[in-house]
Design a protein around this ligand. Structure first.
Ligand SMILES: [Zn+2]
Length: 169
């Protein structure tokens, strides 16, 4: 898998991202290519680009969460790619695995994306009590994931995958 180093606008290294995401950032004019692999090209949206080794963000991004991404409802939906953790259909709500009324908090590991129907069905119960099974375990986004969240990459078209992906080259 090919990875691209991302520099802040200040040239400070931030993270590495998968090549495909680096290309998206360049195409969206959120980053410029600082260094590319000689002789290698990647095709994206009918444009041929040199394969970026290093890109630099055009705007300075404050990264207070180098180790930990701040929790947010939107972040949970993006992390789970808007897929319900219980049925896999489109999710529009965030479910607390251990309900807040039972002491469950707003944290990456206690929240999952959920469709409205499942969220309603589960109500004020844990998954075990509700007889519902999580299709995947929630996880805390890595610094690279957090960076992409901060850059506001939204839906499936611009943020195709959370997990490492094969090289697009
Ligand atoms: Zn569901």
């Amino acid at each position: 898998m090919r990875e691209t180093l991302v520099l802040n606008a200040s040239f400070e290294p931030l993270s590495t991202v998968a090549l495909r995401r680096a290309v998206v950032l360049v195409m969206q004019e959120k980053a410029v290519v600082e260094q590319s692999h000689p002789g290698l090209k990647v095709r994206a949206a009918q444009v041929e680009l040199p394969v970026p080794q290093v890109i630099r963000l055009r705007r300075f991004v404050k990264v207070p969460f180098r180790q930990r991404a701040p929790w947010s409802r939107r972040g949970v939906l993006v992390r789970d790619r808007h897929r319900c953790a219980y049925c896999g259909r489109r999710a529009t709500t965030v479910d607390h695995i251990v309900p807040r009324s039972r002491g469950g908090g707003d944290s990456w590991l206690n929240t999952v994306a959920s469709c409205a129907a499942d969220n309603h069905r589960k109500a004020d119960r844990t998954p075990v009590q509700a007889g519902m099974r999580l299709l995947a375990q929630p996880f805390e986004p890595t610094p690279a994931d957090a960076l992409l969240l901060a850059l506001n990459l939204r839906d499936g078209t611009t943020l195709p995958e959370w997990l490492p992906m094969p090289s697009a080259a």
